[in-house]
Design a protein around this ligand. Sequence first.
Ligand code: F6P
Length: 554
Amino acid sequence: MNTTTSQQPGENAAPSGIHLMLQQAAERLSQTPITELFDREQDRITCFTTASDCLQLDFSKQRLDSATQALLCKLAAEKDLHGAFARLTSGDVCNTTESRAALHTLLRGTKAAELSDHYQGVATTLDRMKAVTNGIHSGDRRGFGGDKFTDVVNIGIGGSDLGPRFICRALKNPDDPIKAHFVANVDPQDLDETLATLNPQTTLFIVCSKTFTTEETLTNALRAREWLLAGGASQASIADHVLAVTTNIDGAETFGIARDACFPLWDWVGGRYSVWSAIGLSIAVNQGWEAFADFLAGGHSMDRHALESNGSDNLPLTMALLEYWNTTYLETETHLVLPYSQRLEYLADFLQQLTMESNGKSVTLEGTKIAAKTAPVLWGSAGTIGQHSYYQMLHQGNRSFTADIVLPLKNGDVDIDAHRKLAANALAQSRAFMLGRDQRTAADLARSRGQPEAMSPHYEMPGNHPHSTLLMSEVNPTSLGELVAAYEHKTFFLSQLFELNAFDQWGVELGKEIGRQIRGVLETNTGWESLDASTRFVASAWLAANTSGSNPEK
Ligand code: F6P
């Protein structure tokens, strides 16, 4: 327990007696098998499912009963989560440490009339994105050799990469006329391996950086420009091959990208919430404008759902209350996202930044230390692959977790037998998370195998792991828009329950600052005295392996 604060775990999050009642409920429900909850409440499926246009949430396998669900809805009302969401979407300054609004919802047209001043810039930018996209697809806009573009490379990192990367992969088809590629790492391998397969004459680069100061992105953009020049592009024709998306138009111009090749981003859009802006241009170029428009429409649909639905009818609010209940009261440690769809293989990667860069904090909006656990560690991968990797720990380890099993019901024109096996695995793992294998069943199994009773404990599994199943109609631009917006809103509601700022990220600054210092040491072989012995040891090893420079540690 952190002794520097007056708060008990969760005290800052649940006013009045609700905290105590939720604690008592947790003591009761943590001892109640999930199967018993089904026995007690025959209409459990009716009470513990909710839906939006494209999504259905089955949260009946959570360690929750109707009384506790009512308490959580009461907590949501006491915390005025609906009011907070309304204020967020109306442009209130919710990002107080940077004195900014967080209007990612406006990017998909939500409250456009109410926010017409801001929306004018959004609409103009969307028109420009549509024009560029259609010009590339029609062949009106071509490469320096006169051929149509065949490939688009997004150069960016974090929110300037993960969203478009996730969506382009999810919508990828073999006959996509323009292939999408993503380069994020400053490791030259990332860019080099990507460019090795591409033709400079038919490759378009989109340099995405909200600040246009990110070292990885600027390094990759410079090297991409050199590649174009080496491939025969003139300085003048670079403008046909390099677009930029940034709030820092001056920075982009200084870098050598013409102002009319820049698409604006605004400081009221957080990086991890920016896929709906021109940061998503690679999605439009790769999949066509209609697909991007449908993605925006899906996000808008979820915004309306979250603004107009109450309590357990509100899908993202329900997801947030469940995570708050599991993290704060059942004290689960990590949250898995398990998409049973290879198309959604980057979902966890995208959600890691969205959720952990938003809620991975430990002080409130007022700067008070939060003693209770805040954002859980989010991880996961496409099913069934994880079943042959870390599910052993899930079933027989002693780390508590929650999970979202994400299952698209339709899977396109695929082999139905294989698709059926995928679905069966998703349902089976969900049932196994709930049932486990008790002592008697384990003993029976050992006996049936002619094994000594001593084997029995090795067959036992605790089960009763709280989790939800999130059904998607299928993977298409609209359902992806709803899915991303649902997790954005869940993240926001959860930040309000933790009473923290979901929209700043001061924690990433220290590493960048020290990185600049150490890069200087490695470049100049001076300044060693400012480093600790361990850093000097490793830096010297790197220098010894990569230069003929003196090794100060020797
Ligand atoms: O990780 C820190 C961060 O600032 C993220 O919030 C952001 O998405 C990423 O770096 C890239 O920043 P930029 O878009 O400014 O290059």
